[in-house]
Design a protein around this ligand. Structure first.
Ligand code: ATR
Length: 275
């Protein structure tokens, strides 16, 4: 039997780790798939997706800058992708309709729970940022029944808009929005979902938000400690994690959606960490 084709689409795409991750999943599960990277022209995402599926392709991951376009292009969106307004996973149903999913939030929550043993139920969570990355993780975080979830952002109005959007999913959690300087009490978990470090910046947080028991999670990852995690370590944090596990867990969830088989992520996280 010939391999079935999957791909990640983005622009640029040459640094994507997805082909390596999915080829390890394929080897491990013995699923007959081939996974490639496709760079779509900035004005040619729709044509690239159509061509891929017309050519017999089975599933796509979508990355920057096309996640919102992927969500719009789809004929249907699964429930967890609906409010996110962005999709990282596309496939066709048996009727040939294009379905959009978003596995990013699942990836984060699974990395926290399964790989880092972080308690989310009853936790006081501070999320930094109010862009696409944060919007993708709020639903899955709220599903874990934290005591509170505070969204802090440079542009406070964007944090407030997100808090309103997710108010009906908060359950018993206190969901609120503020600027970076406002929180001054300790949190159990602080998640950095800003892109500040790309400009060499750090969100100007009060160091009181950190104690030795606070878990810090930077959704970015790097071969070295991220600037945000370094700041946290310098201010008394002990447990800091970067987003490599989230990347691999979101990939595993896409693989499960497409193939019905969930790969083991721990060996792949180890391999990619040493890559
Ligand atoms: P992504 O898809 O990565 O979330 P985005 O939607 O552009 O990208 O969101 C980027 C986030 O990082 C936003 O919360 C942004 O803050 P604003 O809403 O105020 O723009 C935040 N961000 C970007 N650069 C930042 C900086 N230098 N300092 C603090 N926050 C920053």
């Amino acid at each position: 039997m010939s391999n079935e084709l999957y791909a990640v689409v983005g622009h640029p795409i040459n640094h994507s780790k997805s082909p390596k991750i999915h080829s390890q999943f394929a080897q491990q599960t013995r699923e007959p798939i081939e996974y490639i990277a496709i760079q779509a022209p900035l004005d040619g995402f729709t044509a690239t997706v159509r061509q891929f599926f017309e050519g017999g392709g089975k599933g796509l991951n979508v990355t920057v800058p096309f996640k919102e376009q992927a969500w719009e292009l789809a004929d249907c969106r699964v429930a967890r992708a609906e409010k996110v307004g962005a999709a990282n996973t596309l496939y066709q149903n048996p009727e040939g309709q294009l379905i959009a999913d978003n596995t990013d939030g699942h990836g984060l929550v699974r990395d926290l729970l399964a790989n880092h043993d972080v308690q989310l139920k009853g936790a006081r969570i501070l999320v930094l940022g109010a862009g696409g990355a944060v919007r993708g993780v709020l639903g899955p975080l709220l599903e874990q029944h934290p005591a509170s979830l505070t969204i802090a952002n440079r542009t406070v109005a964007k944090a407030e808009a997100l808090a309103r959007l997710f108010a009906d999913e908060a359950g018993t959690a206190t969901l609120s929005a503020c600027g970076f300087e406002e929180p001054d009490q300790p949190f159990d978990l602080i998640i950095n979902g800003t892109s500040a470090s790309l400009q060499g910046d750090l969100p100007p947080l009060c160091a009181n938000v950190i104690t030795a028991d606070t878990v810090l999670y930077d959704m970015m990852y790097a071969s070295h400690t991220t600037p945000f995690n370094q700041w946290a370590l310098d201010n008394g944090a002990v447990r800091v994690f970067d987003g490599l596990g989230m990347l691999i867990e979101q990939a595993a969830e896409s693989f499960r959606v497409w193939r019905g088989v969930r790969p083991e992520t721990a060996p792949v996280i180890d391999a990619m960490r040493n890559d």
